[in-house]
Design a protein around this ligand. Structure first.
Ligand code: HEM
Length: 462
């Protein structure tokens, strides 16, 4: 096929595709369109998708259109579910039909991330991988990681004491190191460790590539068939390279872990646990070597940005709500006492930390952790999703984040940065856009709460 024939065929295909989609607007005949922003001819709601502060637009749509809000555009449609009850009904009760994942052309087909449990289609392969994952991250299994979580919490305290202005780097480092150690038994010594750098850059690129609209091929999936040499097909080479980077990220730490096992100096980890399981199993699956890479790999991909994001939100919230900070510190003083660090046992004795009005009442939008002092208030675990695809890392995440928060609050005050014109506070909505909500960088002061806290910090051995 000559170049021009190919180009014309492509354009004709595009026109047919757009017209047919526009004709029926993605809705089967005989059914009514669900409520949602009206959209434009040909492109539907493509331009309605917000480019920043998405949550504000989503919130406005929820108020305007109700529990269900529907958007359609070439290539895909989106249904927002704006009620806790409806989400429970669909994902918990009807999980057998509503547990699939959106198959992204960029992430699934081109970067080839369909092996990860996060993006996998609902089915046998996903179920089996989730069972293996669960073995290492269920509510009882995560107790094995308490010591490692305490170790990195102490590292965080020490680093905050030495260079509080770099708190964001410290948070990302300790979460990355914690997950590397749990997954592979590897202990990275600093944020410049090659594994940390490789995984940080890879995950960042995956997150960016996954934002709908970063690549046109997400909107016009047929573009994935054009050959890499075709003008304008640079995206294919870029996404191929990203796929190779992901494979490198999966392979390298497993090779090190296996090497350590051969030399007899491996720490227990998800990788060593899987190798032990498969070694003694005559019925092990044919692709067990892949599972040894994929199970810790998916833990790493899913754990770091989410957990670090929540910890960074904690600094943001404490700055904006000093009264909540004081209240939590008073409670820590009562439960833990001076000269000692909060432990996992103490967490059970502490009460503290979404916005569903039907669940939390008319002031659901207000940051008011005291509402959880009332034992009738439902625990907000729907932050981890609903139904069969709900987050399987929830217990590990809660432990990592809560032990760090309790320790930081017990020893430090988080205070506004003193600028030339007085105290500076980040705005309430000072957040980056994207699938994982993270505050944009902001300055603050993190100082020991008392001479006793300084002494405890001086004595830390990490
Ligand atoms: C505070 C931190 C975290 C939050 C807020 C969070 C939240 C979520 C949410 C909302 C989902 C999607 C659920 C759904 O589709 O209904 C999810 C999925 C997932 N999370 Fe987490 N997560 C966190 C930490 C972690 C950690 C630490 C791990 C691993 C140890 C992890 C592993 C996963 C995996 C593998 C999935 C995909 C599950 C599937 O599709 O079957 N997450 N998470």
């Amino acid at each position: 096929m000559s170049f021009s024939t190919f180009a014309y065929t492509g354009l004709a295909g595009l026109a047919l595709y757009v017209i047919s989609h526009w004709w029926n607007n993605g809705i089967p005949r005989g059914l009514k369109r669900l409520p949602g922003p009206p959209g434009r001819p040909l492109i539907g709601n493509l331009l309605d998708l917000p480019k920043s502060k998405e949550w504000l637009t989503f919130n406005r749509w929820a108020k305007e259109y109700g529990d269900l809000c529907y958007l359609s555009m070439p290539g895909t449609s989106i249904l927002f579910i704006n009620s806790h009850e409806l989400a429970k009904e669909l994902f918990d009760k009807r999980g057998n039909i509503y547990s699939d994942r959106y198959q992204s052309t960029v992430l699934n087909d081109l970067v080839k991330l369909d092996w990860t449990m996060v993006f996998a289609q609902y089915g046998e392969r996903w179920r089996r991988n989730r069972t293996y994952f669960h073995q290492f991250f269920n509510q009882t299994a995560v107790e094995n990681y308490h010591d490692i979580q305490i170790k990195y919490t102490k590292t965080l305290l020490k680093r905050l004491y030495q260079s509080p202005e770099d708190y964001q780097t410290h948070v990302r480092y300790i979460i990355g190191a914690l997950v590397l150690e749990v997954s592979y038994g590897i202990q990275p010594m600093s944020e410049t460790d090659p594994f940390i750098v490789l995984s940080e850059t890879t995950i960042q690129r995956v997150i960016e590539a996954g934002i709908p609209g970063t690549y046109l091929v997400d909107i016009f999936p047929f573009l994935k068939h054009i050959p890499s040499w075709f003008p304008g097909a640079k995206f294919k080479t870029e996404l191929d390279q990203l796929g190779e980077q992901v494979i490198e990220m999966l392979n390298k730490p497993v090779d090190i872990a296996k090497n350590n096992m051969r030399n007899g100096d491996a720490r227990p980890s998800v990788v060593s646990g899987l190798i032990d399981t498969f070694e003694n199993d005559s019925n092990r699956p044919d692709d067990y070597e892949d599972l040894i890479k994929h199970i810790p790999g998916v833990a790493y991909i899913s754990a770091v940005d989410t957990s670090a994001g929540v910890l960074l939100q904690f600094f943001h919230i404490m700055l904006l709500h000093p009264e909540v900070q004081n209240r939590a510190q008073e409670e820590l003083d009562e439960v833990v006492g001076p000269g000692t660090l909060p432990s996992f046992k103490d967490l059970g004795k502490l009460k503290t930390l979404l916005r569903s009005k039907s669940v939390y009442g008319p002031d659901a939008d207000k940051f008011n952790p005291e509402r959880f002092l009332d034992e009738r208030t439902p625990y907000p675990n729907f932050a981890f999703g609903y139904g069969r695809r709900a987050c399987p890392g929830q217990y590990f995440a809660e432990n990592s984040v809560l032990i760090a928060i309790a320790n930081v609050l017990h020893l430090f005050h988080i205070l506004p940065f003193e600028g030339e014109n007085g105290p500076e506070l980040p705005a309430e909505d000072h957040f980056d856009s994207g699938a994982i909500l993270r505050p944009k960088p902001f300055k603050c002061r993190i100082i020991p709460r008392s001479p006793g806290a300084t002494k405890t910090l001086e004595e830390l051995d990490h």
